[in-house]
Design a protein around this ligand. Structure first.
Ligand SMILES: Cc1cc2nc3c(=O)[nH]c(=O)nc-3n(C[C@H](O)[C@H](O)[C@H](O)COP(=O)(O)OP(=O)(O)OC[C@H]3O[C@@H](n4cnc5c(N)ncnc54)[C@H](O)[C@@H]3O)c2cc1C
Length: 382
């Protein structure tokens, strides 16, 4: 049986970033990952200034930045291409000294993995459950192995098995919409702007990445999770979005069908506990959110920075985990709730309500939106 003082369950963005942050403060943690190989699931990602500040604190912003593309503004359009809002991120940049970036998930994972020793990332090990005794935790692995840990950091994402054992009543919610994502070559279209379009039969987002790539996502309302929409082909998506403005039909047309990923949009109803003695939940296992504010991975990265600070300050890790919980609960709960509400607004289908929504958003002064963004990026990482 293998025994480690610190075990991080899950080698996604939360688990890997936390292992790096702990390494910086002299704590060697071992990451236990279910997948046979660490392969990013997904396409593109926005890393907002709050995540970039956390990466700076952890000491890896310089490695991430060259892989990303600066995101200077974000526009929302209606289906015909009329502007609804445009938000410049420059004021936030001046305030926090760092920009927003977009990045391909594969590039981010590669950078994160490169910071860790191969011996500290063990793949092909899916946790099943755990028990506790006087020596700490005993984690049972699907392949029959067992792992001993004194301290457990649970970063297994929204469907975490250990998370379910710690909080059996935690509720995964279906947002009411389902989502496709893809990445395509941007050399022909040269899309320079990050935008989202709110139409009558769905929402479509387009984000240029570095390396002449563009990332897109499409959200369509669905009656139930795992609905028949799941079997939508590229042709179905093209038909659904054919009346949307440039470059949406072109982006879909240029995407290879095998580069399209589908998943329902889910979140975790805000939890009221992250710390459980010598175990702690982080990342999506603690606060999975709908992607409407682009903050899920950003919060996971913040978690890594804050957890390292708490562990540095407290000689007793259980106290560090409690401090982490106290600091992270309010912010993450608020983002999960705000994102849920924003998704409902963005996915409206009733033409009257859509018209009212668009007029309302058009009236919001630029300064107000910029202030909201500044408040979102304002995070205590100490
Ligand atoms: C459509 C969409 C768009 C998004 N866009 C953005 C964005 O622009 N910006 C942003 O900040 N966030 C975004 N997010 C959210 C972001 O993807 C997640 O918040 C982030 O990936 C969470 O990271 P994590 O490491 O906590 O969890 P995960 O990425 O789910 O990683 C969990 C890891 O744990 C492993 N694991 C699971 N179970 C076990 C087990 N039993 N034993 C061992 N290992 C296990 C998994 O294999 C996985 O590697 C988006 C999400 C979606 C769905």
């Amino acid at each position: 049986m293998k025994s480690h003082p610190y075990v991080i369950l899950g080698g996604g963005i939360a688990g890997l970033t936390t292992a790096i942050a702990l390494k910086q403060i002299g704590i060697e943690a071992v990451v236990i990952e279910a997948a046979a190989e660490i392969k990013p699931v997904g396409a593109g990602l926005a890393l907002a200034a709050n995540a970039m500040m956390a990466l700076l604190q952890i000491g890896i912003a310089d490695q991430v930045i060259p892989e990303g593309r600066e995101l200077k503004a974000f526009s929302i359009y209606d289906q015909k291409g009329q502007i609804i809002t445009r938000t410049d991120t420059d004021p936030a940049h001046s305030r926090f000294g760092i920009s927003n970036f977009t990045i391909h998930r594969a590039d981010l994972h590669r950078v994160l993995l490169a910071q860790l020793e191969p011996k500290n990332v063990i793949t092909g090990m899916r946790s099943v459950d755990f028990s506790e005794d006087s020596e700490g935790y005993l984690v049972r692995i699907e392949n029959g192995e067992q792992i001993r840990a004194k301290y457990l950091i649970v970063a297994e994402g929204i469907h975490s098995s250990i998370g379910k054992q710690l909080l059996p009543d935690a509720k995964i919610r279906f947002s009411g919409y389902t989502c496709w994502r893809g990445v395509m070559d941007n050399s022909g279209l040269n899309i320079a702007e990050t935008s989202e379009t709110w139409g009558k039969n769905g929402r479509f987002g387009v984000t240029p990445l570095s390396k002449k790539q563009v990332y897109w996502y499409a959200c369509i309302n669905a009656p139930t999770p795992n609905s028949s929409l799941k079997s939508y082909t590229k042709a179905d998506l093209e038909a659904n979005f054919k009346d949307f403005h440039f470059p949406i039909p072109e982006v879909l047309a240029g995407t290879k069908p095998d580069q399209i990923i589908w998943n329902d949009i889910l979140d975790l109803e805000p939890l009221s506990q992250f710390a459980f003695g010598n175990a702690v939940l982080i990342g999506d296992a603690a606060h999975a959110t709908t992607p409407n504010m682009g903050q899920g991975a950003c919060m996971a990265i913040e978690d890594a920075a804050v957890l390292a600070c708490c562990l540095k300050r407290n000689s007793d890790p259980a106290l560090a985990f409690l401090e982490f919980e106290k600091r992270r609960l309010p912010r993450t709960q608020k983002i999960v709730k705000d994102s849920w509400r924003l998704g409902k607004i963005a996915q409206l289908e009733n033409p009257l309500l859509m018209g009212l929504r668009n007029s309302f958003f058009r009236m919001i002064p630029k300064k107000v939106t910029e202030k909201q963004l500044e408040a979102l990026y304002q995070v205590d990482l100490s």
